[in-house]
Design a protein around this ligand. Structure first.
Ligand SMILES: [Zn+2]
Length: 169
């Protein structure tokens, strides 16, 4: 049984409603938003419009929409951030690093020396992540890490404008 993170109310549902997470692009089933915690500059997140926790619960149209959003934002990140790679991943359950019970798929431009390395397992060794290798993620110690990567409203607005300008036609 997949163990889900607990957040009530769901912060992604609240974010969509309050527009606290800046929207890069939105569709009927999915949205691409910029993560207020910029572990990498330009890091975006494709989320489902519907509150649904994991890949296992997505409908076919939601699956398609998520992948199409990820495919569209990838070249936009290449144009906006000039990365050496694009890291795309998503987590299902706290033991995979999921922090919010709302489907997320990350799209992160990666550079030489990028904090996230090649994906979620590297969170185990991420400086200040507060997590021992082989254990589930405990978000209680995240405040200093999150504070370090929290982007200002202005910086997020600028990043969204740049990414939007690079979206494929
Ligand atoms: Zn939600």
């Amino acid at each position: 049984m997949i163990q889900l993170p607990v957040r009530d109310p769901c912060d992604l549902c609240r974010a969509i409603q309050a527009e606290r997470w800046k929207i890069v692009e939105e569709g009927g089933h999915a949205l691409t938003v910029i993560n207020p915690c910029q572990f990498e500059v330009g890091q975006c997140c494709v989320i489902t419009r519907r509150h649904v926790a994991t890949l296992l619960e997505l409908t076919d149209p939601e699956c398609t929409a998520v992948m199409l959003h990820a495919r569209r934002v990838a070249p936009a990140l290449v144009g906006a951030c000039r990365p050496l790679g694009i890291l795309t991943f998503q987590n299902n359950g706290v033991y995979s690093g999921q922090e919010t019970p709302h489907f997320p798929s990350m799209s992160s431009p990666e550079h030489e020396g990028s904090d996230w390395g090649i994906g979620p397992p590297q969170l185990a060794t991420f400086d200040g992540a507060g997590r021992q290798c082989g254990t589930s993620h405990d978000p209680r110690d995240d405040s200093s890490r999150r504070e370090r990567v929290r982007a200002t409203e202005e910086r997020l607005r600028e990043a969204v404008a740049l990414i939007r300008a690079n979206l494929p036609a």
